[in-house]
Design a protein around this ligand. Structure first.
Ligand code: ZN
Length: 241
């Protein structure tokens, strides 16, 4: 089993872990700060380094398989040290950018819900230099985009803390609308402890991702594209500036 350090603290940039398994092209660690991807956010990249050596092994791909996280490394240069410690180092620039985009998507969702009460995010994808979100919202049109962008940037400017909490099943069930997708609602039924992210005073939802501590860190956003993909489905693309 791999302990997921990023669930407790998204700002862990380096860590020490024990190698549980070494399959040549990938290793399993007992703990990791590498986000394995999910919810439209790419997996983290970075390096692993043997404690007794200065050689760093590049990690380009990270995957969660049930209870463990696989860190893919160069096959010819296997670490070959089951039971020993390695240092993990994230490509922090990349991860921090993803955290800002990810938190900005929460904010977009929250602002639309607060002001229009109808938005329902159905999907999204984060890239190194932009993000897109798909929204089920029949009334949304491109004339509303400047207003939405303004509302999001006003929220960012005022700032709000973003906090992670671990709730009991009972506490989680008392919060309406905590899980907003069908798979999320199914997962919520099975969990005993539920991790939630709260943009204080604005939004709370079940979540397994990485976020900034205050929305001020996002900077500001610019909506670069709006697409009407059908009577319900709309797509927004934005960049951080
Ligand atoms: Zn999130």
């Amino acid at each position: 089993m791999t302990e997921l350090l990023y669930l407790q603290d998204s700002y862990i940039k380096d860590f020490t872990a024990k190698v549980l398994e070494d399959f040549g092209d990938y290793v399993v660690l007992d703990r990791t700060a590498f986000y394995p991807g999910g919810g439209g956010q790419p997996n983290d990249e970075g390096w692993l380094q043997r404690e007794d050596s200065l050689t760093k092994f590049e990690v380009k791909k990270v995957e969660k398989r049930e209870e463990v996280v696989l860190h893919y490394i160069n096959k010819e240069k296997s670490l070959n040290i089951v039971g020993k410690n390695v240092k993990g180092l994230l490509n922090w620039d990349k991860r921090y950018t993803y955290m800002k985009y990810h938190t900005a998507i929460h904010l977009l969702d929250a602002v639309m819900r607060k002001n229009f009460g109808k938005a329902f995010l159905t999907g999204g994808q984060i890239y190194a230099d932009k993000a897109r979100v798909d929204i089920d919202y029949p009334g949304l049109n491109k004339n509303m985009i400047p207003q939405i962008e303004y509302m999001i940037n006003s929220e960012i400017k005022n700032g709000r803390d973003v906090v992670i909490k671990f709730l009991s099943k009972k506490e989680a069930e008392s919060i309406p609308d905590l899980a907003r997708t069908k798979p999320g609602q199914e997962l919520l039924k099975k969990l005993e402890i539920v991790r939630v992210v709260e943009i204080v005073g604005l939004d709370v939802q079940m979540d397994g991702g990485t976020h900034v501590k205050n929305i001020k860190e996002i900077g500001s956003i610019k909506i670069t594209n709006f697409e009407n993909k059908g009577s319900h489905n709309k797509r927004i693309e934005f960049v951080l500036i």
